[in-house]
Design a protein. Structure first.
Length: 294
């Protein structure tokens, strides 16, 4: 399928609007339906949101692999069903007030690979429905803990009751849950006060386009080529013969290091033509394929 536009846009999502509204704004500006995002941001959060257009929507799963950078602040000694200010806040009576050293020591347990129970007010699916929809109806939830990775957790400021952190983490990490669990390990509670996603892989907040700047005239100029979204993958340059075979669904044999399962496939003119994925035969097939089957 041919699309009038293909590429990615890094948008600075404002606080107070949904991720869906950002996608809708790009959809209207480009008059296209093939638009999606590579990672939801809660309405109360702001910052980097990657919007994929045209063939680049097939790169969403690969963009999910990129680490996320966040700056967040929490208020300790408080709790809420949503772990933030979306729902009713309950203030603890005489909560413990841990020292900076105690907070720093407790944070050690939340670095590296950890098991994290998602927030009840999250987009996790439960019996085919979003957890937050069930939580709003008062349904008790028992969400399974999931393995996530916290690459970096830095306490940037702490003056009771406010705690500020910078986090680099894997996809699927809930920063609200991280604050909730860190506070519980200190014998208290926490609600997230603010959250800014400052980077997704190489896409930084400084490179983002303001949502209000996207319209029919400006949006096409903000599109970046799909290859930018695959820069974290190893690259293979295809010649004309290899490209012709690949776009028809053919298998390409490559001698690659063990464990490598994906390559960014680049055509003779320097454009991304898809992702080469290892086949059961050991050869590689173009999946997704921007110009042929798949």
């Amino acid at each position: 399928m041919d699309f009038p536009f293909t590429g990615v846009i890094a948008v600075d999502k404002p606080r107070g609007i949904s991720s869906r509204r950002v996608v809708d704004a790009v959809t209207r500006a480009l008059s296209m339906r093939a638009v999606g995002h590579a990672g939801t941001l809660d309405p109360l959060a702001s910052g980097v949101m990657i919007v994929c257009v045209g063939h680049a929507t097939k790169l969403v799963d690969h963009l999910h692999m990129l680490p996320k950078h966040y700056s967040a602040s929490f208020l300790l000694g408080r709790s809420s069903p949503s772990d933030d200010f979306e729902t009713q806040i309950e203030v603890q009576e005489n909560p413990p007030q841990p020292s900076r050293d105690e907070v720093e020591a407790a944070a050690n347990a939340f670095r590296g690979e950890i098991l994290q129970r998602p927030c009840d007010y999250s987009a996790v699916h439960v019996d085919g429905k979003r957890a937050y929809r069930l939580a709003r109806k008062g349904r008790p939830l028992e969400l399974d803990a999931k393995r996530v990775r916290i690459e970096s957790l830095v306490i940037t400021d702490y003056q009771w009751p406010r705690l500020a952190v910078d986090v680099v983490c894997s996809s699927g990490t809930y920063i609200r849950a991280l604050g909730r669990d860190l506070a519980e390990s200190l014998g208290t509670r926490a609600v997230m006060e603010s959250l800014v996603r400052s980077a997704v892989g190489p896409f930084t907040l400084r490179q983002c386009v303001a949502l209000e700047a996207l319209d029919r005239d400006t949006t096409p100029g903000h599109l970046r080529p799909p290859l930018v979204a695959a820069a974290h993958l190893p690259r293979i340059d295809l010649d004309a013969v290899q490209l012709a075979l690949a776009v028809r669904g053919g298998l390409l044999p490559f001698d690659v290091p063990a464990g490598v399962e994906h390559f960014a496939a680049v055509g003779p003119t320097g454009e991304l033509v898809g992702i080469l994925k290892i086949h059961s035969s050991g050869a590689f097939r173009l999946r997704p394929n921007f110009f042929g089957l798949g």
